[in-house]
Design a protein around this ligand. Structure first.
Ligand code: ARG
Length: 467
């Protein structure tokens, strides 16, 4: 057995242990296979800690120089793929520390002064997640831009708006897409908001109670770009609510994605025929030669399930854990990593796909004409002629019934027939019954009138240019 305490897992923490860990336990407890992803954050955290220790006179300038030199080499080794990750060394923290000690001797062993893996791992995860949050914010902005630019050409493209999946009222395709922009804009707001709570420093909490060394936590926080310092050591090492918040954000965002994906699937089906997708986003069938399937949209819809599942996993992981750190917390990483990966890939591919949507405006318009989408407009017309809305609603219901029996649209009924439903109906009614008349009439803030939609597109463009 080596006398380097980290070289053999049986002695990784103390001489107290008299037999080596079983192979199964070693594998079961190790996290290095996945937490090595945190290596950059781990090294950044260690350097900030070491610099502060030196400034406080806890370690010498020579030690700091050694630690810096060793970490530079380790960085180089990991980047080039030459670093040898060892399962026996359990996790990313012990792997890097052991290598540091092998490279620079005692200076490496002094690094852990006033620190524990408990505050170290909490710091690493927060640092790593902060970087991912900033990257995801860019992808969320891209997603919104793709939707806004697709919308920009379709403020006058009429499609049926649905409630209960039944044709309800005409809306523009642009207006419909902008609904998703609102959803993703709120997701981006949520992300920016939770980032503030991710961005706080646990280091200095040590194992759980704080430390007797004269640490300068504010200095470490500033060096690492944290906005604040966790104010209670027990809380600092044990809570993962920042990860839960992030995961909840991601689940909500993926639910938004899933709704858009579902609509793309529907719109592309032969029964709708509203859009087409570029071939590169579709796949064929091995048995049905005519098929072009929207697999990417379906997968995006499906992947929302695993991200929602990760939220459940993390929430359940934290439930009932007594203070402070428990090994359970090691299980926070894989769900979090997969959440980030899945969300990023999904946003990227969906943004691309939205940009490649080819719109069949004629099919949308035909569908809007089929379902008496302007019936509400006829009712509103009668209200403007002085009828109480409920009476107008009833008169129009009769009109729709007759139109249905005759298999025609409301606008195709002769004026005399329409007047049979109410004498206040004049020949100005036909302007109201057209899809475009209906669209233009909804000229209220947030409505589907092209003027409103164009103003929204400009607002989003300005907002996203600043993002
Ligand atoms: N790999 C551990 C984790 O991810 C690091 C912290 C270990 N701390 C401990 N006291 N065992 O949570």
């Amino acid at each position: 057995m080596s006398n380097d305490p980290l070289a053999n897992k049986a002695q990784a923490w103390s001489a107290l242990f008299s037999e080596p860990m079983s192979e199964l336990v070693k594998r079961y407890t190790a996290s290095v296979d996945f937490d090595r992803r945190l290596w950059r954050a781990d090294i950044a955290g260690s350097l900030a800690h070491a610099e502060m220790l030196a400034a406080q006179g806890v370690i010498g300038a020579q030690d700091l120089a050694g630690i810096r030199r060793g970490m530079a080499q380790i960085t180089e080794e990991i980047e080039s793929g030459r670093f040898e990750w060892k399962l026996e060394l359990e996790d990313v923290h012990l792997n890097i520390e052991a290598r540091l000690t092998a490279l620079v001797g005692d200076a490496g062993k002094r690094l852990h002064t006033g620190r524990s893996r408990n505050d170290q791992v909490a710091t690493d995860v927060r640092l790593w997640l902060r970087g991912e949050i900033d990257d995801l914010a860019l992808h969320l902005a891209e997603m919104q831009r793709a939707l806004v630019e697709q919308a920009a050409g379709h403020a006058e493209t009429v499609m049926p708006g649905f409630t209960h999946m039944q044709v309800a009222q005409p809306v523009s395709f642009a207006h419909h897409l902008l609904a998703y922009v609102e959803m993703f804009a709120r997701d981006a707001e949520r992300l920016a908001d939770l980032r503030r709570r991710v961005n706080r420093l646990p280091l200095g909490a040590a194992a759980l109670a704080g430390t007797s060394y004269p640490l300068d936590r504010e200095r470490v926080a500033a060096a690492l770009g944290f906005e604040g310092v966790c104010q209670n050591s027990l809380d600092a090492v044990s809570d993962r609510d920042f990860a839960l918040e992030f995961s909840a954000f991601a689940a909500i965002c993926m639910v938004h994605v899933s709704r858009l994906a579902e609509e793309i699937v529907l719109w592309m089906s032969q029964n709708f025929g509203f859009i087409n997708l570029a071939d590169r986003y579709c796949t064929g069938s091995s048995i049905m030669p005519q098929k072009r399937n929207p697999d990417v949209a379906e997968l995006a819809r499906g992947k929302s399930g695993r991200v929602v599942g990760h939220l459940m996993a993390l929430i359940t992981l934290m439930k009932g854990q007594p203070l402070t750190y428990n090994k359970d917390n090691q299980e926070d990483k894989e769900p979090l990593f997969d959440t980030v990966d899945t969300l990023r890939d999904t946003l990227r591919i969906m943004a691309e796909m939205v940009g490649g949507i080819v719109v069949h405006a004629d099919a949308m318009e035909r569908a809007a004409l089929r379902g008496y989408a302007t019936a509400t407009d006829l009712a509103d017309y009668l209200v403007k002629k002085g009828l109480p809305f409920r009476d107008a609603h009833e008169a129009v219901a009769h009109a729709v019934k007759v139109a249905l029996q005759q298999g025609v649209d409301l606008a195709e009924l002769p004026l005399a027939t329409l007047q049979g439903f109410h004498p206040a109906i004049g020949d100005d009614v036909f302007a109201v019954l057209t899809l475009r008349g209906s669209l233009n009439a909804r000229n209220v803030l947030g409505g589907t009138a092209p003027a409103q939609v164009r103003a929204q597109i400009e607002r989003h463009r300005a907002r996203l240019a600043a993002a």
